[in-house]
Ligand binder design. Structure first.
Ligand SMILES: *[C@@H]1O[C@H](CO)[C@@H](O)[C@H](O)[C@H]1NC(C)=O
Ligand SMILES: *[C@@H]1O[C@H](CO)[C@@H](O)[C@H](O)[C@H]1NC(C)=O
Ligand SMILES: *[C@@H]1O[C@H](CO)[C@@H](O)[C@H](O)[C@H]1NC(C)=O
Ligand SMILES: *[C@@H]1O[C@H](CO)[C@@H](O)[C@H](O)[C@H]1NC(C)=O
Ligand SMILES: *[C@@H]1O[C@H](CO)[C@@H](O)[C@H](O)[C@H]1NC(C)=O
Ligand SMILES: *[C@@H]1O[C@H](CO)[C@@H](O)[C@H](O)[C@H]1NC(C)=O
Ligand SMILES: [Cu+2]
Length: 230
């Protein structure tokens, strides 16, 4: 190899090294395409904060709602927060690895959900969400910058069916001060199961043809019931 080639190669190498590692050790987060249709869950912040600061009376109020995205791809999130501390913002929130223990200790939720092993630094580039920690919701979709605060966003990289590391319904959400101190945290509760077409005798009509057979069955059953009553 001629000296000029070696020179140009080392120049390229230096250039790459100067850039920060902006993806996980296992690469970019993978888009989740098999979330169960109709599945939904909610994490509701508890009445008492984990960390009590001067201006915080009771606790931050808030919920993080998650439901399967269009065609089973990713998750649609809807978040709402209010009664935030007057100081110490903008606040951040993330999906953390472990659930909240029975005592409500947010420290024991461990670190952000990060199945691709990216780490927290450098901070998430929100224009490239696949390169961020999967659990870094405020990094990808915005910090809590008002009180009350609401946001709706779609995340491609989170899972609502058990198996992949990006599954988070067995984990938690944690709200932080800007200095990372954990204010409060909550477990997820599954609010709607996936709508697999197993017939159930529900009287509440949902959308379209799926609900028709059960409703008819209920009508038939009550008709039989009436016949017996007479
Ligand atoms: C819906 O998802 C399936 C499975 O991931 C995929 O094969 C199909 O192309 C998707 N359909 C649309 C309309 O995006
Ligand atoms: C973080 O910020 C909060 C609110 O300003 C403050 O109460 C707390 O002491 C800070 N924690 C650290 C470790 O600096
Ligand atoms: C959160 O969920 C875990 C696992 O199911 C459970 O052990 C824990 O008690 C729950 N924490 C709270 C605060 O409800
Ligand atoms: C929460 O757990 C951590 C780590 O286990 C412990 O050091 C800390 O004292 C606990 N905090 C409270 C308020 O119990
Ligand atoms: C790399 O990240 C560090 C810490 O996050 C930051 O201070 C530095 O400016 C970044 N460098 C480049 C080239 O982006
Ligand atoms: C949560 O579920 C995922 C996927 O099923 C699993 O890999 C992980 O170990 C579970 N974590 C906890 C804290 O239960
Ligand atoms: Cu966090």
């Amino acid at each position: 190899m001629r000296p000029s080639h070696i020179l140009s190669l080392s120049a390229v190498g230096t250039c790459v090294l100067a850039q920060n590692q902006t993806t996980g050790k296992l690469g970019d987060a993978v888009v989740v395409t098999n979330n169960p249709t109709g599945k939904a869950a909610v994490a509701a912040l508890p009445d008492q904060p984990f960390f009590t600061s001067g201006s915080l009376t009771s606790n931050v109020k808030g919920t993080v709602k998650a439901s399967t995205g269009p065609n089973g791809t990713g998750v649609d999130f809807e978040v709402t927060f209010s009664n935030l501390p007057k100081e110490g913002g903008p606040f951040t929130y993330h999906l953390h690895v472990d659930p909240v223990d029975a005592s409500g200790n947010c420290t024991n939720t461990l670190a952000h959900l990060d199945p691709f092993i990216r780490g927290e630094d450098p901070v998430c580039d929100s224009t490239k969400p696949a390169t961020c920690q999967v659990g870094d919701l405020s990094g990808k979709y915005g910090k809590i910058s008002s009180d009350p605060f609401t946001a709706k966003f779609h995340d491609d990289f989170t899972a609502l069916s058990e198996g992949p590391g990006a599954y988070f319904l067995n984990r938690s959400v944690v709200v932080h001060f800007a200095n990372k101190t954990r204010i409060t945290c909550a477990n997820f509760t599954i609010s709607e199961r996936s709508s697999t077409p197993t017939p159930t005798y529900t009287v509440v009509p949902s959308t379209g043809g799926v609900s028709t057979p059960p409703v008819q069955s209920v009508a038939l059953l009550s008709l039989i019931g009436m016949l017996f009553a007479f």
